[in-house]
Structure formats: structure tokens, C-alpha cells
Design a protein around this ligand. Structure first.
Ligand SMILES: *Cc1c(COP(=O)(O)O)cnc(C)c1O
Length: 436
């Protein structure tokens, strides 16, 4: 018998068959098989605490009982699963629930476009529509932005890829500093607007300004309400559409359904995806201010725009947003996380680690990326699923489901605390200042 036949586990099916592009599994090599709310189990029965929530696509946890029973009911009645953009009763249920439970209570009015199932497809559709509506070419995007991995989305993202790795260099993108980027504020916005106004300023009027109100992958940078309102006013003044990419920060991640509610702005276009279905099923939409819905039939098409199973669970999830118990539990847990982050930062010294983010979209910034990386590995050794973000990965993201049980949240944060202690004790050189 060949040795590899005796030890088939030495080379996993994943190593043998799956493309080298795989990423998260390299840090978390367990083979997961079951999950409930913030608990995940691997094949051997080992239990983990989920502080990753599939990057914010499981805001209501894994297999939420109310959502799961809606899915099972739908399947057991032979509900239509795929429908392109044909009318289905589930799609009508989704549209009505979204309008009545989410938009109307917030005084918002949008047309809904079902795009392809990924977030990045919603971003592509938003960029196309803004160009079509305005007849302009350039788009303003911000430093440290992340908008997805297709060509248009990559060009408005901040990461400067190498052409040799297939990266398309930004074309028709004007980059501005996000609030707080090396001290940037509204002066930089105003200077840009003045350049557009000036016939010899060299800047063409933009079709759109695209931004995240909290930059998820960019390191949990939170834009102030004042700055966001200023961007909205500026977009209007320039005749550009304001696109808020709420793919990660939306669907409750920051504490309210939309991340921009705190600023009292109404973007021209909103991209939603990740937690929209509530169950991890792929579903993406654009919300379009009615006057900008200039699409001709079929102008942005896609096969998988009719994920009816996702419509069913999404419609059920919208109901959570008027459930007082749900809302107060989310508020309590996010206050608990906030307090934990500031205590931890004080305990270890604010130069060593600094709280980032808001609501359930938060974390800790370390002085260097390798320290954050080691903290994540120590967490993983303690069975906590967690990841980094930020320009070089210097921010440890704390992103449990909004529905995590308070005891499990406490337990998970306790393990994160142990992980930090273990890394800092073994790293006498960590006390360097965190970059502003
Ligand atoms: C995840 C994400 C995207 C891309 O969504 P995909 O479904 O991965 O294509 C776009 N924008 C933001 C802010 C995201 O977090």
C-alpha cells in the first residue's frame, strides 16, 4: 500500500482539488459542518465562536429559527426557486415588506433593482447607472475604499493592484482622502469642488461620488455625520449622484438598518447585499431614487436575479427591524462591545491598541499588522473565528452576529483578551504608536 493511501488525511481534498485562490481557509483549516447563531462546529464536533459572520453576511447568525422555518416552508410547498426577473409571489412579498417595514418608516422612497447575486455586481450597476443618468464619465472614490473584485469595483477601491496580477488600473476615477486620512476633512472636499468649478482646474464634473459610511475592509474607519452631510451637499452641488455602498455596513451592522441613517442623508443610489437575505443566501439590490431610474429594459441583466429562497428569508428578516426586543438586545450587545473595546484599549495602553468602528462593525487597531495577525491566530487557537482588515491588516475585526447570546459574546471577548495578552507578553516591541 502506498503511504498516501494509509494517511489520506495528509493531503486534503481541498489541497488536491481547489484553486490556490482560496484564502480564509488557509487561516482556519478546520472543515466546518454545522452552525447555529454564533456557534459553528467542525466535522470532529469541535465548537467555535463566530466573530466573522461571513464578513457581515450573517448579521442574524447561522440558521436563525424564524428564517430557517420560512425557507423550509417555502421548499416544502414547491416554491419557485429561480425566475430571472419574472414576477413571483415571493418577489412581491419582498418588495412589499421592504417598502413597508424598511423604507416607509424611515421616510425613504426608492425603486429596487435586483442585480446579479454578488455585492460587486450591485456596485457595477450603480457605476453604470450614474454614468448613464449624468452623461458623465469620472467617479469620485475614496482612499482605503473596498467595493468588490470585478473591474469597475476594483477601479473605485483603494488598493493599488499590480497589472501583472490582472489588476485593472483605475481609469476615470478621482481619488479623494476619506475623512481622517492623514488628517483630511472637509477642506479636501471643498478644494476638489473648487477645481471642478474652475475652468482651468483640470477636473471634469463627476458622474458620482461612491463611498462607505464605515469602511469595512479599509480598517473600520467611521466617517462623521458632519462629513457625510458635506459629501451629500457637494454631490448635489456638482450634479453628481451620491452612491452609498452599504453592502457591509448596511442591514443593521452599524446598529440601524442603513448605515447612513445617523447622518440624515438620502443617497441617490444605495448598494445592499451581504446580510440582505438574512441567511447567507446570495442577494443584492440597488436602491435607486425614482427620478434616477433611467434604465431601459434589460440594460443591466443577469441570470441569478431571481433568488426566491433569498427573497423569502429576507422578507422575514425585515420584520426584526420593528421588533422592540430585537432592537434593544442589539443595542445592549453593541454597548457591551464598545465598553469592552475602550476598557481593553485603556488596559493595554492606547498606543498599543486603539478601538475602531461603530455598532457591531468594530475592532482593534494594533501598532503593526504582524501583531494583529498573531492575535487572530491566537484567537483561532482558542476556537474563535476572526479576521483582520485595514490597509496592511493591522485591525482585528470583531464582527459577531447581532443576535449573539450575551454569554457567548462575553466568552468570545474573553478569549480575544487572552489572545492579546499572550501576543503582547511575547512581543516586547509592540509599544510603538498606532498611526493616526
Ligand atoms: C463585500 C463587499 C463588497 C463586494 O461584495 P461581493 O459579494 O464580495 O462581491 C462590496 N463593497 C463592500 C463595502 C463590501 O464589504
Amino acid at each position: 500500500m502506498k503511504p498516501e493511501a494509509t494517511f489520506p488525511q495528509l493531503q486534503s481534498e481541498f489541497d488536491r482539488s481547489e484553486s490556490g485562490v482560496r484564502y480564509y481557509c488557509r487561516h482556519m483549516p478546520a472543515v466546518f459542518s454545522r452552525a447555529r447563531n454564533a456557534r459553528v462546529w467542525d466535522e470532529t464536533g469541535r465548537a467555535y465562536i463566530d466573530f466573522l459572520s461571513a464578513c457581515g453576511s450573517l448579521n442574524y447568525g447561522h440558521n436563525h429559527p424564524a428564517l430557517k422555518s420560512r425557507l423550509l416552508e417555502y421548499l416544502s410547498c414547491d416554491g419557485v426557486l429561480a425566475s430571472l426577473d419574472l414576477h413571483t409571489s415571493t418577489k412581491r412579498e419582498f418588495l412589499t415588506a421592504f417598502r413597508e417595514l424598511i423604507l416607509a418608516p424611515r421616510g425613504l422612497d426608492y425603486r429596487i433593482q435586483f442585480t446579479g447575486p454578488t455585492g460587486t455586481n450591485a456596485v457595477e450597476a450603480a457605476l453604470k447607472l450614474a454614468r448613464k443618468v449624468t452623461g458623465r464619465r469620472t467617479v469620485v472614490a475614496f482612499t482605503n475604499a473596498f467595493h468588490g473584485m470585478t473591474l469597475g469595483s476594483m477601479s473605485v477601491s483603494g488598493r493599488r493592484g499590480e497589472p501583472s496580477s490582472g489588476h485593472i488600473l483605475p481609469d476615470g476615477v478621482t481619488r479623494l482622502p476619506y475623512e481622517g486620512y492623514f488628517g483630511a476633512g472637509i477642506a479636501e472636499l471643498d478644494r476638489y469642488a473648487a477645481m471642478v468649478d474652475d475652468p482651468t482646474g483640470g477636473e471634469e464634473p463627476p458622474a458620482a461620488i461612491i463611498l462607505e459610511t464605515v469602511q469595512g475592509e479599509g480598517g473600520l474607519n467611521v466617517a462623521s455625520e458632519h462629513w457625510l452631510r458635506h459629501v451629500a451637499i457637494l454631490a448635489e452641488k456638482l450634479g453628481a449622484l451620491l452612491i452609498v455602498d452599504d453592502i457591509q455596513a448596511g442591514c443593521g451592522r452599524t446598529g440601524s438598518f442603513f448605515s447612513f441613517e445617523r447622518a440624515g442623508i438620502a443617497p441617490d443610489i444605495v448598494c445592499l447585499s451581504k446580510s440582505l437575505s438574512g441567511t447567507g443566501l446570495p442577494l443584492s439590490v440597488l436602491l435607486i431614487a425614482p427620478q434616477h431610474d433611467k434604465w431601459l429594459p434589460g440594460e443591466h441583466n443577469g441570470t441569478f436575479r431571481g433568488n426566491n429562497l433569498a427573497f423569502a428569508s429576507a422578507s422575514a428578516a425585515f420584520g426584526f427591524w420593528r421588533d422592540k426586543e430585537f432592537l434593544s438586545a442589539v443595542r445592549k450587545s453593541s454597548q457591551y462591545i464598545r465598553a469592552w473595546l475602550s476598557n481593553t484599549s485603556e488596559k493595554f495602553g492606547p498606543v498599543t491598541l486603539k478601538p475602531k468602528g461603530t455598532g457591531f462593525m468594530c475592532g482593534l487597531e494594533f501598532a503593526r499588522a504582524d501583531i494583529a495577525e498573531r492575535v487572530c491566530r491566537e484567537c483561532q487557537a482558542r476556537d474563535v473565528l476572526i479576521e483582520t482588515s485595514g490597509p496592511s491588516g493591522e485591525v482585528v475585526k470583531v464582527m459577531p452576529p447581532l443576535t449573539i447570546e450575551p454569554e457567548l459574546l462575553e466568552e468570545g471577548l474573553g478569549r480575544l483578551d487572552e489572545a492579546i495578552v499572550s501576543v503582547l507578553l511575547n512581543s516586547p516591541d509592540v509599544g510603538e504608536p498606532v498611526a493616526a
